[in-house]
Design a protein around this ligand. Sequence first.
Ligand code: SAJ
Length: 421
Amino acid sequence: AKIGVIGLGYVGLPLALEIVNKGFQVIGFDKNDEKIDLLKNGQSYIADMLETNIQEAIHKERFEPTDNFAKLAEVNVIIICVPTPTAEDGTPNITYIVDAAHAIEQNMSADTLIILESTTYPGTTEDVVRPILEKREAVIGQDIFLAYSPERVDPGNRNFTVTNTPKVVGGISKSCVEVARIFYETVINTNVYAVKSPKVAEMEKLLENTFRQINIALVNELSQLCYKMDIDVWEVIDAASTKPYGFMPFTPGPGVGGHCIPVDPKYLLWAGQQHGITATLIETADKINESMPNFVVERLAHYLITQGKDLHEAEIVVIGVSYKPNINDFRESPALDVINILRENHCNLKIVDPFLESVTTDECTMHTVLLTKELILRADAVLILTNHSNINYSLIDEHAALIFDTRNTHYLFKNQNYYKL
Ligand code: SAJ
């Protein structure tokens, strides 16, 4: 059997190579021919993806990256992992899914299993993808099979990979679910949890990630209240975590980044609005999370004043810009918002992030620098926004005039001017 993966990004590329590792032939489809060229040259554009994996897969002719969608005729299974961005006003943009569905309809062979994995609003598989595929008198459940299964890739997570993370699957018909189950259980050899329809699977994905967004907002708001009441919010969360049931700890931070947690809840909010459910909880959570960059800068300004310094034109070393530790993805990272606010205050910034060569905000591109003793001594403050494991925290602890740690980094700082969110 030959497997096709459409969309070679953070989800599709690791999935494609995981399937190659299971011994299957994979054709990887992407409209971006730069990505195709990089992959053909054995180069990776994803931190998690080792170039050796790509080179070996290509060398053994088990992985064929292409932008030629006619080759969809050669595969028996097609997994759609294309991006599903939302517009500024939160309206879902599923054009990549629609384009993929049309490409499949125009090229697919009979007996093909099509699985949509992209996060989207409930109803996309049944009301958008299905009619496109049925154009050519193909009968879903007989000639072709259509299912939805949310991706659960967690970038950088070594413990949970695509093979040991259960897969929720919703099919158009029982036969669609069974064909999808066979695929996931034999090719990915993970557990499959079948649900009654694609809508249930689409909705459960939104529950998973909105649950995170709202609980992160809860501890973020709590951090603002605890600051006012001079209570250590981290101590509060640790204490609450002693409850062995019914509680799950989340940590405050400079905001919520990545391409899942800030985005996926917008689909739930939009679906709610289409059905007269105002879903204000999601909007409020978004506002709280988006208020954190300003909260961080206000606190930094306050600590600088206690040192007799002004935030205006201050020398700040920023530690960590990617949206979560130990990965090189800074999309939607709240650190970018903090950097923008500091620049508005004419601060002189030095950006330290071992995972990034440079950081591009909507205004400018800044190159990252090495963390040195001189850099720390010259700074008025060191601001930790992402606590990568490979930062030399003891160097910071020893030489920094002021440290503001927004992540409660596990390093035990002794510096007398160490503050945490
Ligand atoms: N964050 C906090 N406090 C927390 C947890 C996260 O501020 O307690 C921030 C992070 O710093 C980051 C953002 O939220 O900026 C998102 O963090 P995340 O841990 O949710 O990481 P993601 O975006 O990579 O989320 C993925 C998701 N996986 C999928 O969507 C398939 C999510 O469902 C996973 O639960 C999450 O990884 C995970 O558990 O790491």
